[in-house]
Write a protein that binds this ligand. Structure first.
Ligand SMILES: C[S@@+](CC[C@H](N)C(=O)[O-])C[C@H]1O[C@@H](n2cnc3c(N)ncnc32)[C@H](O)[C@@H]1O
Length: 409
């Protein structure tokens, strides 16, 4: 990554990230690193288990495979029911695309984020587009999320920009990226086909989303590549925790966090809290020193992880080879076993949110529970994995019950 580009690259996005962290009173700051581009580091020492960032998504979609068995809210991804279950009460369905919503707030937020563009004008173009995207496999999901970003950008102002005036397109400019065919490591002989498919998609999209002038095939390809390099997979549980919707989301600030094969933080997205549905929550796995770069693991450890990092994120991971690495869960277990170290939350948004504080209590209980189960797991083998799930389920249900009863009183 060319460090000389960092000064004038991405001014709006970087300013937005700085403003967000400042407004949150966060213990994080943005840094420019010569070999990785932008990154994030701590401004104070942090204890393991602390929440460093809680951020709503810029855009979120439900993954196609998850849509096949779960009906979720189009805007926040709250699972409403299993596909074949009886209908539940929803707060609206888009008559054009059949998108369902969980509440009036989500209906109006979706409209403010450009859903109108994805439903108005021609149903035929939208149907052709859907077919094309399904055929594109995992790149199709990135296209679908890019469409949501384009629709949001087509609204006259971007509500996510701190000054309320910057266009979402200026924010998107700042995301690290490359054309999607590079992030998919496409063979050179397929490049022409990739370009012409992108041109067809762009032509269809232009029928219903007013795009910026001169927005061409390369811009579309880069936006989809940016989504592939910055989006994260999210899990959103239903209110009783019985169903989970899987999605893909882009976050402005969390996307500045770099990868490490031995990360010191983890990005959670599945806290069963209505206020934080679909939010990214960055949690410290270890005690962190002031000024330490915070890192997450983009991919679970696997024999071809370095190859995948090179293909999708276009960087050669230079971590110490063969280093003994603890997985997220092992690290959390270790700290949970250490005592009272796990706690949420640290950011202002989270501190101001009573449910989050209650969740912190629930979370630390869950960690301690897992630590206990882990001791048994080593003795009893894989049967205990089932116990972990049962106990987790009990905790989620218990938490949900407690949360609802607190809300009622
Ligand atoms: C999600 S972005 C992270 C923020 C990014 N550094 C930026 O400037 O916007 C992912 C990109 O960051 C860079 N990156 C992340 N982790 C890295 C690492 N461990 N070594 C080198 N580059 C890394 C790669 O260019 C990767 O494609």
């Amino acid at each position: 990554m060319d460090a000389t580009l960092l000064d004038d690259r991405h001014v709006d996005l970087q300013q937005h990230r700085r403003d967000f962290l400042a407004a949150e009173g966060s213990s994080l700051e943005l840094i420019a690193l010569p070999d990785k581009g932008f990154g994030v580091r701590t401004t104070a020492s942090i204890e393991a288990g602390c929440c460093l960032l809680a951020e709503p998504p810029l855009a979120i979609i439900q993954l196609q495979s998850s849509r096949e068995d779960t009906v979720a809210c189009e805007h926040c991804l709250l699972p409403l029911r299993q596909k074949d279950a009886e209908d539940v009460q929803t707060s609206g369905e888009c008559s054009f695309c059949r998108a369902t919503y969980c509440c009036e707030q989500c209906v109006s937020d979706a409209w403010a984020s450009g859903h109108d563009f994805l439903r108005a004008s021609s149903r035929i173009e939208l149907e052709h587009l859907e077919q094309l995207l399904v055929e594109l496999g995992n790149v199709g999901e990135a296209f679908r999320l890019a469409l949501k970003l384009l629709a949001k950008g087509a609204m006259s102002t971007c509500p996510d920009a701190t000054d309320g005036r910057s266009s979402i397109f200026t924010l998107l400019d700042g995301f690290w990226g490359a054309p999607w065919w590079e992030t998919a490591a496409l063979a050179p002989e397929l490049l022409q086909e990739a370009r012409s498919t992108t041109a067809t998609i762009l032509e269809l999209v232009q029928h219903f989303i007013p795009l910026p002038p001169n927005f061409g095939v390369n811009d579309m390809a880069k936006l989809v590549g940016q989504v592939r390099m910055n989006a994260v997979e999210v899990l959103v549980p239903s209110e009783d925790g019985a169903i989970v919707a899987r999605g893909l989301a882009v976050y402005c600030v969390a996307s500045a966090v770099n990868h490490d094969c031995k990360p010191n933080c983890t990005l959670q997205s599945c806290l069963p809290l209505p206020e934080l549905r679909g939010w990214a929550v960055l949690q410290a796995l270890n005690d962190l020193d002031e000024g330490e770069e915070v890192t997450i693991e983009y991919l679970e450890d696997a024999p071809d992880r370095h190859k995948q990092l090179l293909e999708q994120w276009r960087f050669q991971c230079i971590c110490e080879k063969g280093r003994q690495r603890l997985s997220h869960h092992e690290t959390i277990f270790r700290h949970a076993a250490d005592g009272e170290k796990s706690r949420l939350p640290g950011s202002r948004a989270a501190r101001g949110c009573p449910a989050f504080v209650r969740a912190g209590h629930w979370w630390s209980k869950r960690l301690r529970l897992q630590a206990l189960v882990r001791v048994d797991a080593s003795a009893c083998g894989c049967v205990c994995i089932i116990y972990i799930y049962i106990l987790e389920f009990m905790y989620v249900s218990l938490y949900a019950q407690q949360f609802h009863s607190t809300c009622r009183t």
